[in-house]
Ligand binder design. Structure first.
Ligand code: SAM
Ligand code: SF4
Length: 445
């Protein structure tokens, strides 16, 4: 493997990004180096996402381009990982002659061995069985992160819920949590390497159960990790509203590194749609959790996911979605058109909302959120906020960083601020970001 180069293209969520980092780290340990483009690489890996049809199509289109590349350089190895790989298995090999092997999300940390096998045997294969009795594949030795300041740490994987529209339980399998000891050690190692912000990842982090300590749950883990020397900011994603406990709500405001932001997907403002989605809560139960969060931390930033055009969603159901969006005043919203996924219960239901109507509802929701987002950001004008400086702004002329509430701030300031925590006075709230200037009275680094 020494001297070979690899190129990984990633689709989908942060969990996939993390899996790709892990795959890259495994290949690097085996002596490979990262190629800057697919044209230079000996190993091409596509880490796919199947959450919606559009994501899947993007991966297929890239694989089409890799087919042309393989025609020119037959020695190149093409591997497909991630959720489409898990879903389609060996079927992908039949449909795509350019693919050498297929591997599911539970086999990411074996990527070096899989490449070796493909090169020596020359046979095409698929490894997509679910690992259920171990979490070793979630460990990722050697990864700090991009830029060395922020890092993502997978704490659990899989999902035991059964939201009727979702493929995650099929492709990622049952929930598995990593031991506290290993997570604590990883957080220590990362901060020793200079990381100041850690985001804990899992499909449903609230379902975390330490396998090495009985009764030890997610709020306990937050408490332990908050004590990591050098850790200034701690975040997590994603949490399921039905599992958001009072203990977890109380962590906000009480654990100093835990940032005042939660991503809490609602999915719909209609109780009948929520029931058809099998989400396990009503809209008013969701709103009670929001009130409890804001009672503890009034300025808490809340972001969410919403699906429009679910089978059976009536105009009045969608109106409820708009109303609740307005009422909560989300700081950010990811909204999607319902996409029937193979094997899910929702895909077996008759679609009642035409694609054009789904699009109309999506735009109405997005327009509303644009206004709310702008109002929220305008409300921060003249305020002073703590910013963790991550780099230069897009145009390169200013510094760019994030508030504890995860809002992007572009601001003017002198050289040498990279990696510092600084006080910034907000001058202007824009739709997707804030503009400010360094507050010289308050250096919080
Ligand atoms: N585990 C998280 C949760 O329970 O909210 C998020 C999982 S998923 C990676 C991210 C988002 O994709 C979901 O919150 C949902 O809004 C959206 N999504 C999932 N399946 C979908 C589908 N079939 N059609 C449209 N959107 C979907
Ligand atoms: Fe999918 Fe629901 Fe699990 Fe989230 S909680 S991953 S939406 S099944």
């Amino acid at each position: 493997m020494q001297g070979l180069s690899y190129y990984i293209e990633t689709f989908g969520c942060q969990m996939n990004e993390q899996d790709s980092l892990r795959a890259g780290s495994c290949l690097a340990e085996a002596g490979c180096r990262q190629a800057s483009s697919p044209h230079e690489a000996d190993i091409l890996i596509v880490n796919t996402c199947s959450i919606r049809r559009k994501a899947e199509e993007k991966a297929y289109s890239l694989l089409g381009r890799f087919r042309a590349l393989k025609k020119k350089r037959p020695g190149v190895i093409v591997a497909v990982g991630g959720c489409v790989a898990q879903q389609e298995g060996a079927g992908l090999l039949e449909r795509m002659p350019q693919v050498d092997f297929v591997f599911g999300p539970h086999h990411v940390s074996q990527i070096d061995r899989l490449v070796r096998r493909s090169r020596t045997d020359g046979e095409r294969f698929a490894v997509v069985d679910h690992v259920t009795d171990s979490v070793e594949d979630l460990e990722c030795p050697g990864i700090s992160d991009r830029g060395g300041l922020k890092a993502y740490v997978t704490i659990m994987e899989g999902c035991n819920n059964s939201c009727s529209y979702c493929v995650v339980p099929f492709v990622r399998g049952r929930e598995r949590s990593r031991p506290v000891r290993s997570l604590r050690d990883e957080a220590m190692r990362l901060t020793e390497e200079g990381v100041r912000e850690v985001t804990l990842l899992g499909q449903n982090v609230n379902a975390y159960r330490a396998p090495d300590r009985q009764g030890f749950r997610f709020p306990d883990l937050l408490e332990v990790l908050s004590r990591t020397p050098g850790l200034r900011r701690l975040r997590f994603t994603t949490s399921h509203p039905k599992d958001l406990s009072d203990e977890l709500i109380q962590c906000f405001g009480n654990l100093p590194p835990l940032c005042e932001h939660i991503h809490l997907p609602l999915q719909s403002g209609s109780d009948s749609v929520l029931a058809a989605m099998n989400r396990g809560y009503t809209c008013s139960e969701y709103l009670e959790k929001i009130s409890a969060l804001r009672a503890g931390v009034p300025d808490m930033a809340i972001t969410s996911d919403m699906i429009v055009g679910f089978p059976g969603e009536r105009v009045e159901d969608f109106r409820n979605t708009l109303e609740v969006t307005e009422y909560v005043g989300f700081d950010g919203l990811y909204s999607f058109r319902f996409s029937p996924r193979p094997g899910t219960r929702a895909a077996a239901r008759r679609e009642t909302v035409a694609e054009s109507e789904k699009l109309r509802r999506l735009h109405a929701l997005q327009d509303l959120q644009k206004r709310i987002g702008l109002e929220k950001n305008k409300g921060l004008e003249a305020r002073k906020v703590e910013v963790f400086v991550e780099g230069r702004s897009r145009d390169g002329g200013q510094w760019m960083g994030r508030t504890r509430t995860n809002k992007i701030v572009n601001f003017t300031g002198p050289e040498g601020l990279m990696g510092h925590f600084v006080g910034v006075k907000i001058l202007q709230g824009c739709r997707n970001s804030l503009r400010g200037t360094l507050d010289l009275e308050e250096d919080v680094s």
